[in-house]
Design a protein around this ligand. Sequence first.
Ligand SMILES: Cc1cc2nc3c(=O)[nH]c(=O)nc-3n(C[C@H](O)[C@H](O)[C@H](O)COP(=O)(O)OP(=O)(O)OC[C@H]3O[C@@H](n4cnc5c(N)ncnc54)[C@H](O)[C@@H]3O)c2cc1C
Length: 265
Amino acid sequence: MNILVCIKQVPDTTEVKLDPKTGTLIRDGIPSIINPDDKAGIEEAIKIKEQIGATITVLTMGPPQAKNALKEALAMGVDRAILLTDRAFAGADTLATSKTIAGAIKNIQHDLIIAGRQAIDGDTAQVGPQIANHLGIPSITYVEKMKVEGDSITVNRAFEDGYQVIKARMPVLITTLKEMNSPRYMKVSRIYDCMSEDNIETWGLKDIEVNIEEIGLKGSPTKVKKSFTKGVKAKGTLHDVDEKEAALLIVNSLKEKFILTEAKA
Ligand SMILES: Cc1cc2nc3c(=O)[nH]c(=O)nc-3n(C[C@H](O)[C@H](O)[C@H](O)COP(=O)(O)OP(=O)(O)OC[C@H]3O[C@@H](n4cnc5c(N)ncnc54)[C@H](O)[C@@H]3O)c2cc1C
């Protein structure tokens, strides 16, 4: 069986802080990591490989430094790594990104495609389902548990208050949640070899099946016009009141913000 995992290298947004004086983001020294939902996908793929055997390919579209994410995946235990990089891919929104990735996947054997639910930088959760759509295969999002049997996969798809069990015949694309497992650390025996760049295939426009008009900035129906930092929160107010009044104040202010609503009779 062939598993393809789409991974994105992202800035560790949990480390991004706000400068309280200027209100701008402090990005210096922010490490780049494998997007957490994608790392869970790598872990699930390796588990399947250990249980029933599989060849795992990881794929990322990004600048040359995204190779580090691929090297980490190789050191964790995947078999093949592809970096999609080309000037023609730059400036892409989610539609153009997913078309580029799908164009590459057309040239890679796959039964199961795994993407993360969402990237912690772009935060749109669009790319996975869009890739499936371009390939004409089904997608199942928010997967929190999965099992492969024969040519099908059975998953638990998470909801706020429960889950749905779905069985699908492969090829299928699923999107994974970081909560589904604890990804293993890189294998010590593989770290040295995998840090050598020779292990990574670099693909450009000529290696993928796509119409150039549909990718990059030209192929993006959306454009980011402006980006700015959200203002620092206003100072709180101090009230010198007893417990009962304090409780009322809290309840009323939660109601004003529609965080609390009256229970229906
Ligand atoms: C309106 C708009 C305009 C944009 N303009 C630009 C721009 O001008 N320049 C620019 O550099 N970026 C731009 N971006 C960002 C770029 O489109 C996104 O980084 C990219 O499309 C992925 O979207 P996301 O981060 O929301 O991923 P999500 O949809 O949240 O990611 C879901 C999953 O898809 C997979 N995935 C996502 N991206 C990749 C990838 N690159 N490689 C492999 N797998 C991936 C991962 O498995 C990930 O977990 C723009 C985004 C938007 C919304």
